[in-house]
Design a binder for this molecule. Structure first.
Ligand code: HEC
Length: 215
């Protein structure tokens, strides 16, 4: 309860600090719906991270960070995907197999299973795509980006364990599905905003649009 109150205060504060219509993805959908989309996004990120982890060109330190990030993602995956798993008993055993494959370094098999799940439960990109954002939205997106993101996500240096990679480079180089998935599930809230991403769909489409056009 206290957490809910704190979260609401934080959301109001964040909304008014940015001074605009930017409030807040989770208010617009039910928690189960939010978790389902988080599940779709997490599967896509896991696949993307797995591909990076399998590349020889990925620096060792970054690989170490990717491994621990994936490890913790597998720790919560069945929980955030429960909206799918609970409705389909066959899926339960499939999800149960993912983490052991990761631990056993059976990356090819894991990749295939992730692919299967991503195709079965595609992320709905509709409201996140850059063309959804109006000029006014984009102004808000720029403010959010410059105020809350830019400072950490400026340089694209992957020689670190947990790099804050350039969002501009990510927007321009990743497939829309993967960039949006990372914008949905890769931006973590904190204790106050209940560990949820504070960005709304509109915020994401606006920031995406701005980054793609950025010179
Ligand atoms: C205090 C520094 C900081 C700020 C501010 C910050 N980030 Fe991050 N961000 C990070 C770090 C560090 C990581 C890498 C964490 C990890 O690998 O788990 C990260 C990860 C991410 C990822 C996932 C990247 C990936 O490789 O999957 C996305 C997307 C992202 N941030 C977007 C944003 C956006 C959008 C904002 C502004 C609303 C923002 N971040 C604000 C430091 C920051």
């Amino acid at each position: 309860m206290l957490r809910t109150i704190l979260a609401s205060i934080a959301l109001i504060f964040l909304g008014s600090a940015i001074g605009a219509n930017s409030v807040i993805g989770i208010k617009q959908m039910s928690l189960i719906e939010y978790d389902k989309q988080l599940c779709n996004a997490e599967l896509i990120i896991l696949k993307g991270d797995l591909i990076k982890l399998s590349k020889i060109t990925t620096p060792d330190l970054y690989k170490k960070g990717l491994k621990s990030r994936m490890d913790s993602a597998f720790g919560t995956l069945n929980w955030i995907c429960r909206g799918f798993i609970d409705n389909d008993p066959n899926l339960f055993s499939l999800f149960e197999k993912l983490e052991p494959l990761f631990i056993a370094n059976k990356f090819k098999e894991l990749h295939l299973k992730l692919d299967f799940l991503i195709k079965k439960y595609p992320l709905n990109l509709d409201q996140y795509l850059p063309e959804q954002a109006s000029k006014e939205d984009i102004k808000v997106g720029i403010k959010i980006y410059q105020h809350y993101c830019h400072g950490c996500h400026l340089s694209h240096n992957d020689q670190l364990e947990m790099p804050a990679l350039s969002l501009e480079v990510m927007a321009k180089s990743l497939a829309p599905e993967e960039f949006i998935a990372r914008m949905i599930a890769g931006v973590k809230g904190n204790g106050v905003i209940a560990l949820r991403n504070p960005l709304s769909r509109k915020d994401i489409s606006s920031i995406y649009s701005y980054l793609l056009d950025k010179k």
